[in-house]
Design a protein around this ligand. Structure first.
Ligand code: HEC
Length: 199
């Protein structure tokens, strides 16, 4: 009984919910529904002589999000080749920065001397890092090491997100110091240095 009364009432109510409006609505206040606008490709009369609604950006303008810094500092490359030398001037502060970052990000695998006996390969013997003091790596261009840190190589993962560009160059400078130390002779050490044997 009750349904016969409620149902038509409901239908009338729901009919008002259609989102399709076929007649132009009566607009009492325009608010911001009607505004002047120009379509991107349509010619506009009366603004600029060439009929465009806006101006071309000045020549060689690059949008912020389209900017790609392709300097050697940012890519490790120069004319498509690995840069031979670190583009950052080598200072004691740079080496210290490199030491800190190397010990954080590289030593778990490569160990603090760079020889590749870190805690990771100790636990996962099938995952062996390169010995960074090997002649083979000594002969790497600095830009090549930059590429290894940035993009990873073979089984080494990329560290581009953990290690910012400036730290990568600091690490590279420090890796060179480790290599220099590994290949030096005892009589090159400053007088009074005690030499501890590596196990
Ligand atoms: C998770 C372990 C791990 C970490 C951390 C790591 N490496 Fe490696 N790295 C490796 C492994 C494994 C290899 C050997 C890759 C191969 O030959 O498959 C390697 C190789 C290299 C090589 C030599 C590539 C070659 O051709 O032999 C360089 C240079 C290097 N790593 C530098 C770094 C530097 C610098 C850092 C710190 C930013 C770092 N690695 C951090 C695991 C690691």
């Amino acid at each position: 009984m009750k349904l016969r009364i409620i149902l038509p009432g409901l239908l009338i109510l729901l009919a008002g919910c259609s989102s399709v409006q076929r007649d132009t609505p009566l607009q009492v206040w325009d608010d911001m529904k009607h505004q002047q606008k120009f379509k991107a490709q349509a010619p506009v009369v009366g603004i600029f002589a060439d009929g465009r609604s806006n101006r071309m950006p000045p020549e060689d303008t690059v949008a912020r999000d389209k900017f790609r810094d392709d300097s050697a500092l940012n890519t490790g490359l120069e004319n498509g080749m690995y840069v031979g030398k670190n583009p950052v001037p080598i200072t004691l502060a740079l080496l210290q920065q490199g030491q800190t970052k190397f010990n954080i990000y590289c030593s778990p695998c490569h160990d603090q001397t760079g020889m590749g006996r870190g805690i990771v390969p100790a636990r996962v013997p099938i995952w062996q890092p390169s010995n960074l003091t090997d002649d083979r790596v000594v002969e790497f261009a600095d830009g090549d090491i930059f590429d290894v840190i940035t993009n990873g190589r073979r089984t080494m993962p990329s560290y581009r997100f953990q290690v910012v560009t400036a730290d990568r160059w600091a690490i590279i400078a420090y890796v060179r110091a480790l290599q220099r130390a590994a290949h030096s002779k005892p009589d090159e050490a400053p007088p009074g240095t005690t030499i501890a044997a590596l196990k």
